[in-house]
Design a protein around this ligand. Structure first.
Ligand code: FE2
Length: 221
């Protein structure tokens, strides 16, 4: 009886060691969703819309983690050369950017003060666009373009230039090495429940709620 128990324990331990060492799957670190609940009550944005948007954002975090795990598992199982692996790999950038762009978007909302006249950012906007007003007009016109996506005010750390850029969906149009300073979501879910097709009204509400202190902190040192 005792011999049988020792044998069973040895077999179980061997299986565990084989699984732990032989699976070859490197542990994938998960991303955690950020809580942006403090934005509730923001003027021009209903709590219902914000809650729906937070839930949508959490879906991107969940799917980014899921894809990372699946890709690691497939690589460990020698499936890196398969079409399924390639499709998941392509999908990863879409989900990851969906997660990160929402964090930047919610992170640059909730402000109560306009951009200060003497601020470094305002000076840089004027240098690049002629004036703050000219920059804002271009940023808003980019947001009013037909289609779904994002508007990003990018800083090019190499040249110091600032650029307003349209991002199609979540993944097309990013500037390599660019530093996103201000991010605006213009997917329909970001405004349709509150504004219907009046995207311009949503864009104005967005501009009224920009947290300029948070945006300035993103400038490269
Ligand atoms: Fe969104």
């Amino acid at each position: 009886m005792r011999r049988r128990m020792i044998l069973a324990a040895t077999v179980m331990m061997s299986v565990f060691i084989l699984f732990a060492c032989g699976s070859g799957v490197t542990e994938v670190k998960s991303y955690a969703a950020v809580d942006f609940g403090k934005l509730k009550g923001m003027p021009g944005f209903s709590d219902q819309l914000l809650e729906m948007h937070f839930a949508l954002y959490k879906g991107y975090v969940k799917n980014t983690n899921l894809l990372a795990e699946q890709l690691a598992k497939m690589a460990a199982q020698g499936q890196s050369g398969t079409p399924a692996f390639a499709e998941l790999k392509r999908r990863f950038g879409w989900e990851w950017n969906g997660m990160r762009l929402h964090e930047l978007y919610f992170g640059n909302l909730g402000g109560k003060e306009p951009l200060q006249k003497e601020s470094k950012l305002r000076q840089k906007l004027a240098e690049n666009f002629g004036s703050y007003e000219a920059w804002a007009a271009d940023f808003q016109a980019t947001g009013a373009m037909r289609g779904i996506g994002w508007v990003v005010l990018y800083e090019d750390p190499k040249s110091g230039r600032l650029l307003n850029v349209w991002i199609n969906e979540h993944d097309v149009g990013h500037l390599a090495g660019g530093n996103p300073l201000l991010v605006m979501d213009v997917f329909e879910h970001a405004y349709l429940p509150d504004y219907g097709l009046k995207r311009g009204d949503y864009i104005r509400a967005f501009m009224d709620n920009v947290d300029w202190a948070a945006v300035e902190k993103r400038l490269s040192k």
